[in-house]
Design a protein. Structure first.
Length: 163
């Protein structure tokens, strides 16, 4: 048994030191540049028919109970809206700022609904801190043209930030 184990250990060390095709480190080779395509290889291609076709996913978020704060940070390309809210249930996830009116301002005010996916059967109990969610949304300078205020709406209240 000792002889077989010793022979296996020595052969493993010998193969890992050489540049042969038996060395597992050399099985895949080095990386190489490839031309970037217009298609993301990580996303499956949508087919219009057949077994692999999938229906368009629909965001089924429900409105957050109340908005705590809205902050707008200016950037070179536009602005980043950060909204914090408190949900009625714990374990809310996939928080989203859903624009109203297709993201077009009405009277200089662009309005967003603060939505979150909330698992069914979630307990009401829990501190406000455990039910707090935060989301950020980026706007370009073109989207900010003519906007004087950004408003975020929840079930109980709405808050806005002015320029």
């Amino acid at each position: 048994m000792r002889i077989a184990l010793s022979a296996l250990l020595i052969s493993t060390l010998a193969l890992s030191a050489c540049q042969s095709r038996w060395n597992p480190v050399n099985w895949f080779g080095s990386d190489e540049p490839v031309p970037a395509g217009e298609v993301n290889p990580l996303l499956p291609q949508r087919t219009s028919q057949g077994l692999l076709s999938r229906p368009e996913s629909v965001y089924e978020g429900t409105p957050v109970q109340k908005v705590v704060s809205v902050e707008v940070a200016r950037t070179r390309e536009g602005a980043i809206i950060t909204a914090t809210g408190v949900t009625i249930f714990q374990a809310a996830y996939a928080v989203k700022l859903q624009p109203r009116n297709d993201g077009k301002p009405e009277g200089g005010v662009i309005t967003y609904d603060l939505l979150a996916l909330q698992p069914p059967g979630s307990p009401y109990a829990g501190t406000e801190q455990s039910r707090t969610v935060t989301v950020a949304h980026a706007l370009t300078n073109q989207q900010l043209e003519g906007v004087r205020a950004i408003q975020v709406v929840a079930v109980e209240n709405a808050r806005q930030a002015r320029r």
